[in-house]
Each structure stands twice: as structure tokens, then as C-alpha cells.
Design a protein around this ligand. Sequence first.
Ligand code: SF4
Length: 501
Amino acid sequence: MRRWATVTVSDGKPREACGVFGVRAPGQPVSHITYDGLFALQHRGQESAGMAVSDGDQLVVVKDMGLVTNVFNEYKLAGLQGHLAIGHTRYSTTGASSWQYAQPVYRNAGGRAFALGHNGNLTNIEQLAESAGMLPGTVGNDSDLLAELVARRMETPGAGSDLLDALCSVLPTLEGAFSLVLCDRDRLIGVRDPHGFRPLSLGRLGDDGWVIASETPALDIAGATWVRDLEPGEVVVVDEDGPVSVRPWPAAAVEPRLCLFELVYLARPDSRLYGQELHGARVRMGEQLARQAPATADLVMGVPDSGIPAAEGYSYASGIPYATGLVRNRYIGRTFITPGQSERAAGVARKLNPLRGVIEGKSLLVVDDSIVRGTTTRAMVRMLREAGAREVHLRISSPPYRWPCYYGLDTGTRAQLIAANLSVSEVCEYVGADSLAYLTLDRLKEATGAPRAGFCDACLTGDYPTPVQLGKAPKSAPLTAAAPGATGGPPLAGLTPLPMP
Ligand code: SF4
């Protein structure tokens, strides 16, 4: 999900922009099931949570700022009775923390109410708004715009008043990433864009219940059985007769490009994508890393939580013992996002704490999944040295992150991506490590277990699957770029970004 004008600051890691969930299950407690599903998707968005519940007559939306557990309680859920529900969790971005942007988005088109939840970013919102005659500022974000376009279509005389008809006429005009759940009073609808940037799965719940969710663990927690992933370019409509599939795009427009970072970092390790459980894929990434970039060290350790499976893999393949050297505070879901880089570094200390007894006097091989801005990594390396580490060798289970994401991650501008501005050896020097190596793209794809499947790797290669305005920051990026050197490291200003591969 993306705001039109915002000030967004990341803590240095790529962050997901939303999780979506939907269930149609007559006779079952759909609001409680949606609560459980959203809880399983909490990692995809922690700013706000919401759900829309239909009993066939009324479609009620409840949403608020905060975690799923803050927004809903037993009292609220008890009041949300129905046979159909969709839910949404949204990622927190500074400046966008407003109830106004919480989802599901609700519209009532001439008495025909519907709700929509969106994961991903549209990349042509200006053109869409302009062609619909909307003035900038009249629609809050891309999800709002999408709902507005569908509602207007439903209200257009002769254009069809049905939600599905209107949706299918609007979808081919959209560019970018969108995994959607929608509902009206009786139908659950799931949509995956023609590139399938963001995941979306279909599950079966009992005899006549159906679930659609961003990730498979949300199906598990809801008690549903995975049936299949929605295909890129597919719309699945669930009514009383069960699911049917609709294809609003021409076959030529469909080209699977699942976000590679879903496999590296974003999705839960117990999620399945392209038939692979991600924990196993991440262990293989570490094994590949050990073969590609061996090192002499006393211990292998992972940066919690997402670096740990790859660290296990590195240890298996290298024979270097694995140890826990950093403890993550389990009661901080995320680092509070603050505008100052030094504050961001301080956030690392709130999140991670070193085990001195393990680290002191040791040469460490530290595995992480990515380095985006470098500030978090730099603070972590400093923390390890202060805890007595003799050497810190960094290994990253993905290639250098050099290009902004326009498809739903708040990676910031190119100027803020450290690998776009510094060579690998310069990054190593900046973060204060003794050595640094990144996994190559070929090895990363091999490790996914589905190397010939379609992936988006634009942030690593600059090869964007859809047109993007490269000179322009993603709309979710900060309007004011802060150089990584602001923490006190070597200034980055004045360096020319590495040429496009
Ligand atoms: S640009 Fe990178 S983070 Fe964004 S969708 Fe593509 S692979 Fe994922």
C-alpha cells in the first residue's frame, strides 16, 4: 500500500507493506477466524489492523491503529457476526500513521457495499487518477484509489453495477503489485496481479468454507487446508457454490515474477512458496553462501530472526559450529522508526543484545539476509566488537540491494541504498566488518528450490517487470534522504551510484 505524499523512514531493513486475509464459511465464527489469520500475518504489517464482516444484509468494517491484539478483543469480535469476512494488517510508516489509511477500504456504490484489502504498490496511480478526472489529494493512497475506481465503475450507467464486473474492467488498467481480497455482502474475492509479485493462497475450511490469505501459515492457524496458490493474473470468486476462477488479463500480460525477497526475508519461514517451505530454502541459501564465500572462524551465528536459517545452513556446509550470539528482545515487534540515523542505530540495541560469554575472544562468522542502508548492520557489528568479538566476518544470503522497490517495500531512494553507492569492499569498511560477501543471484535462485520459476529481482538487478519512473523515489520513500554517513561513518555524499548492470 502506498501514500501519495508521505515522509517514510525505514530502520534499514526491507519491510513488507501489508497482509491480507479473507474467509467465507457459513456457520463458522468468521471474525474469530479472521482475527487468527491476521495474527499469523502480523509480521507483514504492524501499524493498523482491520476487518470487514458481512452477515448477508450488512457489511460492517472495524479498523484501528495498532497490532491485531490492540485493535480487536473478545467484546469487539463477539459483535461481528456473519458468514463472510476480510481482514488486513498494514505496515507502519512514519507520517502515514493515520486511521484514514487503515484497511479494509469501504465503499458503498449506490447501495452496493464492498470492502477491499490490498498488499503491494500500484505504480501508475497518477495516470489512473488523471484518467478518472481526480485531482491530486482527493484520494489518500493507491488502495483508496483502486476502491474509488471500482465504485465509480459500478455507478457508471450501462457499465455494469456488479462488483465483479466493475473490478474486472478496472484490473487491466492497473500497473504494479496487488494481491487483493474483497468482499461484498455475499462473495469473497481474491486477486493476484499478472506478475504475482505478492503471494496469495487459497485454502479449504471444512465442507463449505474457503479462505484466501497472503501466506500459508494464516491458512494453518485458521484450520484451513491449503488448496493452491492463486495464479498470477487470476481472480478467484467464492460464493455459495464455491470458488470459480476468472482471468481478466490477456494471456500475454501474465508473467510470473514473485518477489524474491519474500523467500529471502519477508514471508514467514513456515510459509510455502512455489512449493517450497521457506525455512528449508533459507538454510540452502546459507549452504550456498558457505560454498561460495568460505571463511575461517570459531563460530557461525545468525542475526535474529531472519538470518538464523541461513546461518544454520552456513554451519552445516562449512563445519564451523553454530552458536547463538545475539538475543532478540521478543517483546519488541519492530524497532520504532525514528527520523534520525543515530536513533535508528540505538534501536538496534533495544532489539538485539549480545551474549558476551559466547562472543568474547572469538572470530565470528555472522550471517544476515540483507544489507539495505547499512546503518543497522554497522550498529550490530559495533555491538559485537564491544562484546569482545575478535573478528567479525559478514555473509549476506542475498546479492547487494542496489535498486529501490516500487512494489510494496519501503526501501527508500537509491541514494539511501548503501550498495548502490559503495563497492562491496567499501560497504565492508563502512559497517566495520573484517570481511564481507554477498550470495550471488544464481546461487540464491538455486537455493529457493524453484530456480526456473519466475521471480522479480529488480532491487538486485534494476530489471523492473513493469514500467517505473526510475528517477523518482517510490512514493513510500522518505521525501528527505538521509545519508548513511549520518551515524558517524564515512560520508557517502558525492559518490556516484554504481552503474546499472
Ligand atoms: S524489487 Fe525487490 S523487494 Fe521489490 S518486489 Fe522486486 S524483488 Fe521484491
